[in-house]
Design a protein around this ligand. Structure first.
Ligand code: ADP
Ligand code: MG
Length: 326
């Protein structure tokens, strides 16, 4: 199973930021209101994610690190409408097979915490531990047992940059949760939770800066069971805004060609002078209309009604931008 997990890790875990993504998504699936991420040396030495979510029962600890064990999906039917970020049950065993891994958790309502350690895929027996309700996962020396992979890690700053970018993109979507990010013992970002969806602008400003909001238009459009909201950069926005592009589908950050195409097409009409528009957009639709099980890392989706989604995006953006066209 170790080799199988390492192969799965090759697909899901590209670099420290991929570990952070999987761990933070698990924290959010567990209902965390607060997630603390601490990394050392760009994540190559240590990645620690702590949350105040529902935790894991002592009896389920070993299962959490077993291959293809997920507590989130019970049937093939569920897969048709995944509401959680995780569902494949691959992340923890994959990560644990390529690092020195420890998982400490106290389930909500339980009076004790337990810790399980895994070294390069070899798990030890769970032992009692001290921990408040919630879960802490530590990943040390990523790829220590796969020297060829470890060699491919980039400079500390580059790897940390990927982690920071990832935390920003998740924080944009999950405004009800507080995020803290630290690097080498220093706090780099504290993003306080915002109460209502109406305060989402607050989180956007915290993550991307006040300038972003000042140079963008709000989008809010609904129809045919689809809803799109967020902000799109004005064609006059400064060049610095250009690479800030975030698109979330049902709360999941997505890179998608159909989406990119619809956005570019909408901007083409407002003469964007060849620049890439900045945007933070959230699309909501019936989960049954979007397949998230396309790639193990889950950053691709397939829309069941691609044409409909494309046209809806184009029309919504074209509408919002028409004000800027004058
Ligand atoms: P998946 O997220 O696809 O279910 P993972 O390998 O990421 O698979 O996690 C395995 C299981 O471990 C989850 O289904 C969940 O039950 C449990 N788990 C992992 N992280 C946490 C966490 N932070 N809080 C509570 N439970 C967790
Ligand atoms: Mg997961």
């Amino acid at each position: 199973p170790e080799l199988v997990n390492q192969i799965a890790a090759g697909e899901v875990i590209e670099r420290p930021a991929s570990v952070v993504k999987e761990l933070v998504e698990n924290s959010l699936d567990a209902g965390a209101r607060r997630v603390e991420i601490d990394v050392e040396q760009g994540g190559a030495r240590l990645i620690r994610v702590r949350d105040d979510g529902g935790g894991i029962e002592a009896d389920d600890l070993a299962l959490a690190i077993a291959s293809h064990a997920t507590s989130k999906i019970a049937s093939f039917d569920d897969l048709e409408r995944v509401g959680t970020l995780g569902f494949r049950g691959e992340a923890l065993p994959s990560i644990a097979s390529v690092s020195r891994f420890s998982l400490t958790s106290r389930a909500r309502g339980a009076d004790a915490a337990w810790r399980i350690e895994v070294d390069g895929g070899r798990a030890r027996a769970a032992v009692p531990a001290q921990h408040p309700p919630g879960t802490a996962i530590e990943v040390r020396d990523l790829f220590y047992n796969l020297p060829a992979r470890r060699k491919f890690l980039r400079a500390e700053r580059t790897e940390f940059g990927h982690i920071e970018e990832l935390v920003k993109s998740i924080a944009l979507a999950r405004t009800a949760t507080e995020f803290r990010l630290g690097h080498n013992g220093k706090v780099v970002r504290i993003l306080k939770a915002v109460e209502s969806e109406a305060d989402r602008a607050r989180r956007v400003a915290d993550v991307l800066g006040e300038e972003f909001l000042g140079q963008s238009l709000a989008v809010e459009h609904a129809g045919a069971g689809l809803r799109l909201y967020g902000w799109v950069g004005l064609p006059t926005a400064s060049r610095a805004q250009a690479d800030q592009q975030y698109f979330h589908v049902n709360g999941r950050l997505v890179r998608d060609r159909l989406v990119a195409h619809a956005v570019r097409q909408a901007y083409a009409d407002v003469l964007f002078h060849g620049r890439h528009p900045a945007f933070v957009l959230f699309l909501e639709l019936d989960p049954a209309l979007v397949d998230v099980n396309v790639h193990p890392a889950k950053h691709e989706v397939r829309f069941r009604e691609g044409r409909l989604v494309h046209d809806f995006l184009y029309r919504s953006l074209d509408d919002a931008l028409s004000g800027a066209r004058a």
